[in-house]
Design a protein. Structure first.
Length: 338
């Protein structure tokens, strides 16, 4: 499964349409501040700094990269985008902040983007919880994209360049401290060191540049808490549709040209990968308990179909007009046909 997603990501980057962008998001392990000569007790009391890594693939911009990119002669640029912060709560508010910084960067270099393709691991609190999927449903309004697609790797199996990028920053910072050339005792110290010394890359590197952003605190005063999404661990692709609405799929598909350019209805792999199902994301603040009691325990909208709750292998009850047998217990033998 992991190799499949790496393959489709590589295919997407290689055939990236103009106006599209691919990002791979991941939290690197927190950086632990050290001293060149430290007392023994400080070993157990090291200050930690959050480091979020984004690998960004896009078409080059003539004014910024020195080379233009066209459909006939595409030129894909790869960049590493780092967000450094003292905030150690890795939640959907933090990742939304990262998305906003990436969007602002693309706007600052005049990169006109219509579709954003995200690849993340399956960590629930960071990228795949109900709140994360709810954020995706509002991402087009938040960032100005026409469409955003989030693709999930299996949890703890999204190993790739993002891990090496985060490890490189932390290793170089440790070496600078050991050599005595820099003192790094806070998140701002790490940012200043990285910004001054690690922004440029070697000519032989596949990465064009490293971009660093510093966030002192993450805004968590947002109305972005949502009701549960059924079987969200089985979902591996989320596509924005409208504010508060998303399409979900069990597997991603970029092997068909139509899926890359956005003609999702023409996908020929539906039988193997599953079809898109529409889900309405309901905010907790808008949830009416009385309505929920009259409909169902999860407060699902009246327009929700029974097929949204049933998949292959699901056990469910059907009410029967029989005094001796009030309901039947059934098991679905296949997925619903939408």
């Amino acid at each position: 499964m992991n190799n499949y997603r790496k393959r489709i990501r590589a295919d997407l980057v290689e055939n990236l349409p103009l106006g599209h962008c691919v990002t791979v998001h991941d939290f690197s392990e927190n950086y632990k501040c050290t001293e060149q000569n430290e007392i023994q007790s400080s070993y157990f009391q090291k200050l930690e700094v959050s480091l979020h890594v984004t690998i960004l693939h896009r078409h080059s911009v003539l004014e910024y990269d020195g080379k233009d990119s066209t459909a006939e002669e595409p030129n894909i640029v790869t960049e590493q985008f780092f967000v450094i912060s003292p905030d150690q709560k890795h939640d959907h508010h933090y990742t939304h902040c990262v998305q906003n910084l990436v969007s602002e960067y693309l706007k600052s270099i005049n990169y006109e983007i219509s579709v954003m393709h995200e690849f993340t691991d399956g960590c629930s609190s960071q990228y795949k919880s109900r709140h994360c999927m709810g954020d995706v449903s509002y991402s087009c309004s938040d960032f100005g994209y026409a469409t955003i697609l989030r693709n999930y790797f299996e949890t703890s199996h999204a190993r790739g360049p993002q891990d090496a990028a985060g490890g490189f920053i932390k290793k170089q910072a440790d070496l600078a401290v050991i050599r005595g050339t820099h003192v790094i005792q806070s998140s701002s110290d790490l940012f200043d060191y990285a910004q001054s010394n690690l922004s440029t890359t070697a000519d032989s590197s596949k990465c064009s540049r490293r971009i660093f952003r510093y966030v002192d605190s993450v805004n968590r005063d947002r109305d972005r808490n949502f009701l549960p999404v059924k079987e969200n661990r089985k979902i591996h692709q989320v596509r924005s549709f409208d504010d508060g609405e998303i399409f979900v799929r069990k597997l991603s598909c970029y092997s068909v040209k139509g899926c890359i350019v956005g003609n999702y209805s023409t996908c020929m792999n539906d039988a193997q990968l599953g079809t898109y199902n529409k889900i309405k994301m309901v905010k907790e603040s808008e949830h009416n308990d009385s309505d929920a009691d009259s409909n169902n325990d999860e407060g699902v909208d009246d327009e929700t179909n029974i097929c949204d709750f049933v998949s292959n292998g699901t056990i469910f009850a059907v009410k029967a007009d029989d005094t001796d047998c009030p309901y039947y217990i059934l098991r679905a033998s296949k997925d619903p046909i939408i």
